[in-house]
Every structure is written in C-alpha cells, then in structure tokens.
Design a binder for this molecule. Structure first.
Ligand code: HEM
Length: 567
C-alpha cells in the first residue's frame, strides 16, 4: 500500500468521524433549542393566559380582530376591550404576547424602571432611517448617548432658540394668510414650520443658508413618517418580505438617500468649519459653559415664575430637571449638531460621525410629527371652544397689548392659561398615544399582583390613561382647568404621561412646550380660528402618532387686537 493511499484512508476516516459527530450534534442542538423555545412559549402561554383578555384562536391568537378594520376603528376597539376586561388586558398576535396597561400604578412599575427600557420590536421600522439613535437603541449605547444628549436640551440652550421659534412662527403666519376665509388643513402648515425650526435648531440650517436640499429634506422627512405610519396600520406591510415587494421599498430608499445625504453633508461641513476655526484659535463655547449656572441670585427668577409644566412633570424622576430657574442671558446659539461635534472633538464624549448622524436624524423625526400634531390639535380645539380661545387671547393681550413684538422667554412664563390649554390638549389628544416595551425579565405589577412574563410586549395606553374618570372628573370634556395647581397636586404622576416618564422620557419635553407656546401665541395674536367640525366628529387614528383622518380642518380670520369679553 502506498503512503498516499494511507493518507487517503485516514482522510476518509476523519471525514466519516466528522459526519458521525456533526449530524447528531446538530440534531441534539436543534432538539435542545426546540425544547427551550417550547418551554419559553409554554411559560409565556401559561403566564399570559392568567391575565384577562379576549379568547384567542389557535395560530392567530387575537390577530383576526384587526382584520378588515380601518385604522380609525382601532381606538374604539381598544376602548371597548378595556371596558370589558379592565386596565390590564392580554392579547395574542400569533404566538406573541402583548399586554396592554392603562393603570397609572402598573405603568409606573414599567416606565420608572431602569430595567424595562428596551423598545418593542415594532420600533424596528425606524431602523433604516434612525439606525441606533436614542429612540430605539438600548443597553450601554442608549445610556451613554442619553447622558450626552439630555444636557443639550438644557433650558439655557433652549432659550437661545427663542428667536428661531419667533421668526419661523412669523413666517408661518404669513404663509397662512392666503387661507383667510377658507377651510384648510392646518397640519400642513404646522408640519412645515416644525421641520424648518428643527432644521435650524438641530442642524443649524437657516432659511438663509437653506438651498433646495433643505426643502427636499423637509419633504423627505414628512414622507418617511408617512411610510412608517403605513407599516403600522397596514398589517401586511409589517412583514419585510411583503414590504420589500411593494413600491414603498424603492420610495423609502430614495427618501433615505435624500435624508442621509443631507445629514452627512451638513456633519462633514460643520466638522470642517470647526477644525478650521480651531486652527485659527476660534473655539465655540462648550456645553458646560453654556449650561453653567451663575451663583448670583439676582439672575434667579422667582419661584412662582416657574412654568406650570415643571410642577406637572416633577414626579417623572427623569434627567431633565436642571436648574431651570437660572437665566444666564443671551449666549451664542449652537444647534444640537454643533454641540455634539464640539463635545466629540474636545473629547468630552466618545461619539462617531455615524452616531452623530443617527442622533440628528432621531431628533428630526421625534421633534417633527409630535409637535406638528400637538399644535394642530390645540388650534382645532380652540376653533371649537371659542370662549377658551378668547381667554387665551385676553391673556396674550395682557402680555403684548396690541404690539407685534416677538415673544421673549419671560413672556412665555406668563402664558399660564395657554400652557394649561396645551397640557389639556396633550391629555385628550396625546400625540404619542401608546408606548411599547419588550420585557426581558418577569415583572410584578400593582393590579392583582399579576406577574408579566419575560418575552412579552407591554403596551402603555397613554390615551386610555388620560381619559380615566378616577383621575379626571369629566374625562372626555376639554377643560384646561384640569391643570390648575389645586387639581394637579394630588393626582398620580403617571396619570398624565404625554411625554412618557422615567429614565426613557422624552428629552424634547421642554423644547416642545417652549416652542408650542411661542408658535401658538404668534398664530393666535394674528388670527381668530374657527372649526366647523365639532370635537365628537374628530376621526382619530392611533398609530405611532395620533392623527385625525378627517384632517385638521380650520378657518382663520385676522384678529382685531383688542381684549374680548368672555361669556
Ligand atoms: C408635543 C411634542 C412631543 C411629544 C408628545 C413627545 C412624546 C414623546 C414620548 C411619549 C416619548 C417616549 C417614546 C417611547 O418610549 O416610545 C418620546 C421620546 C423622545 N422624544 Fe419626544 N415628544 C415630543 C417632542 C419632542 C421633541 C421636540 C424632540 C426633539 C427636539 C423629541 C425628542 C425625543 C427623543 C430623542 C426621544 C427618545 C428618548 C429616549 O428614548 O431616551 N421629542 N417623546
């Protein structure tokens, strides 16, 4: 026998031995995995089925309930199910366990936790756009980025945006002028002005420096939001395999090219300018300098000048409560992007250009649709409730008289009634009507000491919580007095969560309230608004952002700048 054939025989034996070991090992591993999945699922089934909820059918669970339903029917169905089963309801989407919570005590257990902070899989449609930005990231990445981004929303930074808010609000007032006397959809205008403001405050792109790409970007952001919404309410689009076969995929890729193209270009230019300035010895103020609070108490605004929202949200225990009372005066304005580049360059934070892009895209998304919907709801509600609109206007007349001057930060502190109107509108029509989390561990909630199993998706029903008669006397009536201090002081903090709460609450909360006050006060100082559609005719659609499928129809007429008598 030649040595070659010896080698061959040994080689064959090795192959045979590998085959002998490989296949049984694969089979064993598959069995172990299947048993593990079965155990997990049966545990999920066992624990899930202890919770109240509608009967489920094999394979589909409760998913068939959504079949042939229009998106605007989902709220009604959800409310009906809650009336039947209470504030903890389980549902099965195939083998996926979804637990709906609407009791503030249960919701606090989830939202106030540092453990249950992972977003549900439903947020994945944002990934091609936002990557691992703050909204969807988890674990250490989320923690470190949150720590870096939250201070860029410091009130001192926000104050430097007041003139941007004013200028853009004036612009939209002018843009709306041709609509005088007609019925039109005010959301289009609120959406446009919101994107303009965000382009300026997030990326430092002003109207003057904006070329066609700024406009294309704004349109692309709006259209991307629309595609994502469609993926939430058109159930078949939830499957990537189906979505990828539709024209939406191509459209999405085109839009993302525009969005990412601009963000990349702006980051590159800003970084180059930063380095060029640095070489000339010109360095912008750091975040720490911009947010430093002076010791002299002369600058401290009186405690009773604090906004009402500060009291309403004080139980949130999030990371947004800086020394807000301290006004350190006008500082150089820096967009969020400038601040991120600055802190990456000076070594305060370790963040790559790609991660900066993800965060800027996230702010553009989160800051856009939410405030556009929020402001549109307020205007329509004031169009319906004329006497409340007149009270708002009288307050504005007290602050501004008949002048056309822009609002200052101090003025916004005096817009107390307008603030109550905004808070009440966010109660009845929260722009983010539900929040979803994935449970990685079992958790015991207050209701009946139920234990919710790891692996389940928890859906926090903000809209339902906000309409609970236990916390709001007449929950379906628009009543800004729900936010009088005497009515808020003893209410459960988690009975009002338009911005979520706890460690993953909205970082843009203060930005949003300040912007809404300036935008709405500017519109209302210029126009009287009227809605021919009554509130009970509003057709609500709850997906990621609460909208009206009938459009935010409104009429405007020029405002005579004199105080009016309130009935
Ligand atoms: C009325 C306006 C707004 C409302 C009602 C609102 C509401 C919310 C809610 C409910 C969440 C939690 C979402 C979740 O857990 O799934 C959230 C998160 C977030 N919001 Fe807002 N938001 C508003 C405006 C803004 C603005 C203006 C910005 C930025 C300029 C912003 C930036 C963010 C970011 C970055 C997050 C993710 C925070 C994290 O996960 O750590 N939001 N917002």
């Amino acid at each position: 026998m030649s040595s070659a054939s010896v080698v061959d025989v040994t080689g064959d034996q090795t192959v045979n031995t590998t085959k002998l070991l490989f296949y049984p090992l694969v089979i064993l591993a598959s069995c172990v995995w299947m048993i593990h999945r079965w155990q997990q699922q049966s545990r999920l089934y066992r624990m899930g089925n202890i919770l109240p909820g509608p009967a489920a059918v094999p394979l589909f669970g409760n998913a068939l309930m959504a079949l042939f339903k229009k998106p605007e029917q989902f709220i009604e169905i959800g409310f009906r199910i809650c009336d039947q089963y209470g504030y903890v309801v389980r549902g099965w989407l195939g083998s996926k366990l979804v637990i709906f919570l609407a009791n503030p005590e249960d919701v606090e257990v989830i939202l106030n936790s540092n453990v249950h902070i992972d977003k549900a899989s439903d947020y994945r449609y944002f990934e091609p756009w936002l990557g691992e930005g703050l909204l969807i990231s988890s674990g250490q990445k989320w923690r470190s980025h949150r720590k870096m981004i939250a201070p860029t929303f410091h009130i001192n930074i926000l104050k430097s945006f007041v003139s941007v808010f004013n200028q853009n609000s004036k612009n939209v007032v002018e843009k709306m002028r041709p609509e005088i006397g007609k019925e039109f959809d005010v959301h289009d205008y609120m959406s446009g002005v919101t994107v303009d403001i965000l382009l300026e405050t997030a990326m430092g792109i002003t109207r003057k420096t904006q070329d066609e790409s700024g406009f294309d970007y704004a349109m692309a952001v709006m259209k991307m939001c629309d595609i994502i919404h469609q993926r939430h309410y058109k159930l078949w689009l939830r499957f990537d395999a189906i979505f990828n076969l539709t024209p939406y995929l191509k459209q999405q890729q085109k839009l993302l090219d525009i969005i990412h193209g601009l963000t990349n270009k702006v980051i590159k230019n800003k970084k180059e300018t930063y380095l060029e300035n640095k070489s000339k010895g010109v360095i912008p103020p750091t975040l720490a300098e911009l947010t430093k609070t002076p010791d002299d108490s002369d600058n401290v605004l009186a405690n009773n000048d604090k906004t009402l929202a500060e009291d309403v949200f004080k139980g949130y225990r999030d990371d947004l409560d800086f020394n807000d009372e301290n006004d350190i005066g006008e500082k150089k304005r820096l967009a969020f992007l400038d601040l991120m580049i600055e802190s990456a360059q000076n070594g305060t934070n370790n963040i790559s250009d790609h991660e900066i892009k993800e965060e800027v895209d996230t702010i553009m998304f989160e800051g856009h649709d939410t405030t556009a919907a929020g402001s549109s709801f307020v205007l329509c509600l004031l169009g319906v409730h004329k006497e409340i609109q007149e009270r708002v206007y009288n307050e504005l007349h007290e602050i501004f008289g008949d002048s056309d001057r822009p609002a200052t930060f101090a003025d916004t502190l005096h817009m107390k009634y307008l603030e109550r109107v905004i808070l009440e509108s966010l109660r009845m029509y929260p722009p983010v009507p539900i929040i979803a989390r994935k449970l990685n561990r079992d958790v015991k909630i207050a209701t009946n000491n139920y234990v919710l199993p790891a692996g389940a998706t928890v859906v926090v029903g903000t809209l339902k919580i906000h309409r609970n008669p236990e916390y709001y006397k007449d929950p379906t009536t628009f009543n800004p007095d729900n936010f009088l201090p005497e009515n808020t002081s003893n209410r459960h903090y988690y009975s009002y969560i338009p911005f979520s709460a706890g460690p993953r609450s909205c970082v843009g909360r203060k930005y949003a309230i300040l912007k809404l006050k300036i935008l709405l006060s500017t519109v209302l100082r210029n126009y009287k608004v009227t809605s021919d559609v009554t509130e009970d005719q509003f057709k609500l659609q709850a997906d990621i952002i609460l909208k009206r499928t009938d459009g935010f129809r409104l009429k405007i007429e020029p405002r005579q700048r004199v105080p009016t008598t309130v009935a």
